[in-house]
Design a protein around this ligand. Structure first.
Ligand SMILES: [Zn+2]
Length: 371
C-alpha cells in the first residue's frame, strides 16, 4: 500500500485541506476499483468500514492476492468534515454555497469524446483502455474555483476510469441499502446479496448528477457516440448506504469490508475462488417507486416501523403528535415494501420526509433523490 496526499485548492491564506488516497496492488495488473468513504462528510460508519477495508486489503496485498488495483479514499470529504456549527457536524451541504456534496458532478462524456475522436478501433479492450485514459484526462481538466469544486474534480478523476466505483455513505437510521444504475442491475443484485442489502434501488438517472452516475453514465453515452467501435462493459458504480449514522460497530464493519472484498474477488481484483453467493434479502426496485413518507403537520414523530421492516399499503408508519392539541395523526404508507430509512430526529414539520419505503407502485419523475 502506498499513500498519496493531494493538496486541494486553498480556501484562503493559511487554510489548507488534503485528500489522502491509499493505493493497493499494482497499476496495470488488472481491473481497478475506487472506493471512497463519507462523501457527505459526517458519515462515520462509512469511514469505519474504510478502515476495516484498509486492514483487509493490506493483508491481501502482503500475501500477493491482489490482481488489480484498489484506490481507497478513507475520508472523501475533508472540507465537509471540517464544518461545524455551534458544536454540531454539518456534512451533506457545502456551507459556502449550500450545494450538496454528492450532486452536480460533471458529465465528462463530451470532454472524453473530443479526446477519442479518430482513435478508437475494433478491439473492445483496447478501446476501453483509451476511454479510461480519456475520461480521466477530461475530469482532470475540469475547472475548479473553490476547494469543494477541486475536491469533486479530484474524486471524479480518481474514480471515473475505474471498472468498479463504490461510494460508501450512510443514512440517518437505516437498513443496509444501495443505489445503482439500471443497466447494471444484475451486478447490483449480486453486490446487494453479498452486503445483505434490504433494498437495491435502481435508476437510469436520479437527477442532479450524483457521483456514482457521473462515473457510470459516460460509458453508454460514449458507446452511443461511437457506435462502430465496441467497448467492454465499462464501470459498475454504486452508492452504498451502510445503515444509519449511529451504526458504528467493529464486527459489522469487518463484515461489510469482507463483503466488499468478496465482491472484488468476483470481479477479478482479488485472487481466489469466490464463495457461494448468499441468498439476496430483497428484489431490486426502482428508485422512481421509492416512497418518501411525509409528515402532514408539525409535531413529535413516534415511529411504528423500524428500518428493514416490511410494510403494507395503508399501514401506519408513524404518528405525528400535535403538541398543542395532543392529537396524534397517523402517517400511512402508500406503498407496500421495505422501510429502508427514517429520520434520526423526532420532530417533523409539514411536508418533511420522515421515512423511505422501497415500493413498487409509485412512478415518480424529476429529481428522484432527496435534497
Ligand atoms: Zn451520503
Amino acid at each position: 500500500m502506498h499513500p498519496q496526499t493531494i493538496e486541494l485548492l486553498r480556501a484562503g491564506p493559511g487554510l489548507r485541506h488534503t485528500l489522502t488516497v491509499l493505493h493497493f496492488g499494482t497499476p496495470g495488473s488488472g481491473p481497478v476499483a475506487t472506493i471512497q468513504a463519507a462523501l457527505h462528510a459526517d458519515e462515520v460508519p462509512a469511514m469505519l468500514v474504510a478502515q476495516a477495508l484498509r486492514g483487509q486489503l493490506a493483508a491481501l496485498e502482503a500475501a500477493g492476492h491482489l490482481r488489480g488495483e484498489v484506490r481507497l479514499i478513507p475520508v472523501a470529504n475533508p472540507v465537509g468534515l471540517a464544518q461545524q456549527v455551534l458544536g454540531i457536524d454539518q456534512g451533506r451541504f457545502d456551507l459556502r454555497d449550500g450545494l450538496n456534496f454528492n450532486r452536480g458532478y460533471a458529465d465528462v462524456t463530451e470532454g472524453a469524446a473530443a479526446l477519442l475522436a479518430g482513435r478508437l478501433g475494433a478491439d473492445p479492450a483496447a478501446n476501453a483502455a483509451l476511454v479510461r485514459t480519456a475520461l480521466a484526462q477530461a475530469a482532470e481538466s475540469l475547472p475548479a474555483a473553490t476547494p469543494v469544486q477541486d475536491l469533486k474534480r479530484h474524486l471524479l478523476r480518481l474514480a471515473v476510469a475505474s471498472d468498479i466505483v463504490l461510494d460508501l455513505h450512510c443514512d440517518h437510521e437505516a437498513a443496509m441499502h444501495l443505489y445503482a444504475s439500471t443497466p447494471h442491475a444484475a451486478t447490483a443484485v449480486e453486490f446487494g446479496a453479498l452486503l445483505g442489502a434490504q433494498a437495491v434501488l435502481l435508476a437510469e438517472e436520479s437527477g442532479d448528477s450524483p457521483f456514482d452516475e457521473a462515473c457510470s453514465r459516460p460509458w453508454p453515452a460514449l458507446q452511443q457516440r461511437f457506435p462502430a467501435h465496441p467497448l467492454t462493459a465499462g464501470c459498475f458504480s454504486a452508492t452504498v448506504e451502510l445503515r444509519g449514522q449511529a451504526d458504528t460497530d467493529h464486527a459489522l464493519a469487518a463484515q461489510d469490508a469482507a463483503a466488499i472484498v468478496e465482491f472484488l474477488r468476483r470481479h477479478g481484483i482479488v485472487d481466489g475462488a469466490p464463495a457461494p453467493l448468499p441468498p439476496a434479502l430483497c428484489e431490486p426496485t426502482q428508485l422512481a417507486s421509492s416512497e418518501p413518507v411525509t409528515s402532514p403537520q408539525t409535531g413529535v414523530v413516534v415511529f411504528h416501523v423500524r428500518p428493514g421492516e416490511t410494510v403494507s399499503a395503508g399501514q401506519p408508519v408513524a404518528d405525528i403528535v400535535d403538541v398543542e392539541t395532543g392529537q396524534a395523526v397517523p402517517v400511512l404508507a402508500q406503498s407496500a415494501g421495505v422501510l429502508y430509512a427514517r429520520i434520526a430526529t423526532r420532530w417533523a414539520l409539514p411536508g418533511s420526509r420522515i421515512a423511505k419505503i422501497a415500493g413498487r407502485t409509485l412512478a415518480r419523475t424529476g429529481k428522484l433523490l432527496g435534497a
